[in-house]
Write a protein that binds this ligand. Structure first.
Ligand code: FES
Ligand SMILES: [Fe+2]
Length: 381
């Protein structure tokens, strides 16, 4: 199926807009069209709170990390009093990046002509600018970007007029209060390259239909679709979520030993896994003994970078058996992520066929339908 000449005409999506049991899946071209991707960047990624990993990347005053997201280079840092700051990574002289990689600095010195910027973004020093008429350093600070954190996770928003992160997340922090995410350490991150569209990965992450097939030997042994149920609940905030009821930890393969449950867990959270997806594409999974995140960096319509982050309560690292036990979790994650990546790569290849057509949803895919409609609400005319 080719991309139509009017891809944002809502009539192409009439069948996706129907209730789940009557709806069709998205037109295949939304997963490979440059034009559709560009619209997602403009209307979604440039407007929402985008997940940027864990605060452990910048724990101390002066720490910074230079990142790039949908083609926008920016810096997240802590100023001298330890507050989070973010700036466009673009010098106010002639535009060079001023920070590369990560590290700890007192100021950012542009590598091109040496202009210096403080951790609060102000231009502090220039060379030979005394003959430039009316030039005033106060007018040429780094452009600020909105940054905030919740539960130890960093978020940035490129829209200066955006709602607060707290409003965006709604009741998610309340629902996860007993996991005490802010008291967890991000002990490991692993990067993966996906040869598929970001939406395919997100849709996969929020449906249980594939678990019995793709994760037959792994997740389905611990939390089988038929008994764990993967119940969808209503949310007040920009996220959707499931709760799977099962014995033990979702983050281990069957019979592998792990860490004790998180001591503060209350109620149903002791009996399973709460897995929200913060729109548009950040998957969190909070099970009885650990939490993990899946962070996506769309790199174009058919390429996506994935970062998997593992978090444990901080004191687990003091255990003499920490590395040995943690290895059991890493083994499980590395195996199941690969299972999902292969599924997505196969799907991208098939969905790009000129013979590909929209399909129909199973009742186990309500959040795929919901995610697709959340996207359409933002990209259509
Ligand atoms: S571009 Fe940064 S000092 Fe010239
Ligand atoms: Fe999966």
């Amino acid at each position: 199926m080719q991309t139509p000449s009017d891809p944002f005409d809502p009539r192409h999506f009439d069948d996706v807009r129907k209730p789940l049991d009557q709806a069709s899946t998205m037109p295949p071209w939304v997963y490979s069209s440059d034009e559709f991707y560009r619209r997602e960047v403009d209307r979604i990624f440039m407007k929402v709170w985008n997940f940027m990993g864990h605060v452990d990347q910048v724990p101390h005053p002066g720490d910074y990390v230079a990142l790039e997201f949908v083609g926008v280079p920016f810096i997240i840092c802590r100023n001298m009093t330890g507050e989070l700051r973010a700036y466009a990574n673009s010098c106010r002289h002639r535009g060079s990046k001023v920070a590369i990689g990560s590290g700890n600095v007192k100021e950012f010195m542009c590598p091109y002509h040496g202009w210096c910027y403080g951790l609060d973004g102000q231009l502090t020093a220039t060379v030979d600018m005394d003959r430039t008429a009316g030039f005033c350093k106060e007018d040429y600070g780094l452009t600020p970007i909105k940054v905030d954190s919740w539960g130890g996770f960093l978020f940035v928003n490129f829209d200066p007029d955006c709602e607060s992160l707290a409003d965006y997340l709604g009741d998610l922090p309340d629902n996860l209060a007993s996991h005490r995410l802010a008291d967890m350490a991000n002990v490991r991150t692993v990067e993966w390259e996906l040869n598929h569209n970001w939406k395919l990965f997100v849709e996969n992450a929020k449906e249980s239909y594939h678990i019995a097939v793709v994760h037959r030997e792994t997740i389905n042994q611990v939390a089988p679709v038929t008994s764990a149920d993967y119940t969808v609940s209503d949310t007040a905030g920009q996220y959707c979520t499931t709760f799977a009821t099962h014995e033990g930890s979702m983050a281990l393969l069957k019979d592998d030993p792990g860490f004790p449950p998180i001591e503060s867990l209350e109620g149903r959270y002791r009996q399973g896994t709460y897995a929200p997806m913060i729109y548009p594409m950040t998957y969190l999974a909070c099970t009885i003994d650990t939490a993990w995140f899946l962070q996506l960096f769309p790199m174009g319509p058919k390429k996506t970078r994935l970062v998997h982050g593992a978090c444990f309560p901080r004191d687990r690292r003091d255990r003499p058996d920490f590395e040995a036990r943690a290895a059991n979790y890493y083994k499980r994650w590395d195996r199941t992520i690969l299972e999902d990546i292969e599924a997505g790569d196969h799907q991208q290849a098939g969905i790009a066929s000129p013979f590909a057509q929209p399909g129909r949803f199973c009742f186990r895919e309500p959040l795929v339908h919901q995610i697709d409609n959340w996207i359409l609400d933002r990209v259509l005319d």
